[in-house]
Design a protein around this ligand. Sequence first.
Ligand SMILES: [Zn+2]
Length: 404
Amino acid sequence: MIWSRAVSFVNARVVADAGVADSVRFSSRVLAIGDRPRGGDTVVDLNGAVVLPGLVNAHDHLELNHYGRIKFRDRYENASEWSQDLAPRLAGDKAIARARAHPLIERLFIGALKNLLAGVTMVAHHNPFYPELRRTIPIRVLRRYGWAHSFYLERRPSGAYGEPGGDVAGRWRATPPGLPFFVHLAEGVDVEARSELPRLEALGCVGPNTAIVHGIAIDGGEWARVASRGAGLVWCPASNAFLFGQTAAVRQALDGGARMTIALATDSRLTGSRDLLDELRVARDGACVTPDELLRMVTSDAAALLRQPRAGRTVVGAPADLVVIPPLAPTPAASLVASERKDVGLVMIDGRPLVGDHAFASVFKARRVTPRAVTVDAAPKLMDSALVRRIAGCPIAEPGVAIA
Ligand SMILES: [Zn+2]
């Protein structure tokens, strides 16, 4: 749907394919970049704020974000040990069982809300695409993908209804080459974890659509081999540090010859960071990566890994999935890495504002979205009133979000 009234952001720093522009004009789609507003536009002066494409979170388990962080040992050697520690507690631990008893759609909603508040407009959910994901989920969830949980959960339950993690080779072969295939691999630091890349290679499952999630036990030399096959990495440093005290050799993966596609992602809050913005700072502090590399890992490169050519970039004709952040640092990328969710100025999907600062009230009005006042980590915000009703009706509270 195209609205009659376009919105123009001026005096902005718009990160677009062709470079940084000072304005963007949009309805449900991006209409122009760097052009002057036209008569009848709703014009908003951004005072130097940064406009980015909506962020892309390449790995989450949307139903697992309301338990808090859980582990039963200080350090693990392999994710299979963590999984084995958790399995008997799903029914046996009262707090875990109570959190698990909420309807799946409510659990998924909290996972989607976590992402939205951090400027994420598209997420890759790792588990079955539950029918519930078609309803009342405020962000885009990748629909067409192949997945298996991991080698260690091939025949054991991984999904919300006890669905098995799936045969890795069989699932890979069943995934059309044009769709991404995600699998947790080499998630650990022991011999078993180190054996998983050679095992996946022997099965013939490392190809251009293979997205290796974690890859902690893959060493520098092996990354060149992965890159030469066109496969990519989904990097979740906060989860890796929490369970294993170390993360993937990302610098070697980036420098290993063929250019590797690497996406930064949160994983779920069971082990990961609160949200993708917090994850960016963990990534910056734990590895030699630049803000510009990190920006690509949550926009264009993440979208490339997901095979979503219209996501993760601001280009004329693409959906106006846009995020505004304050100019907290000299460059847009450094401003992103400095931003927390309370700083996020505006999040829009299809040019429709969902949550943002009061300064963007005219955008809500132009889009005929009725806003309501909320606070996010004590920062006053406006939010689509339909979304506020959804939050108010959800039996699970998102910490830090209050309806005014
Ligand atoms: Zn995961």
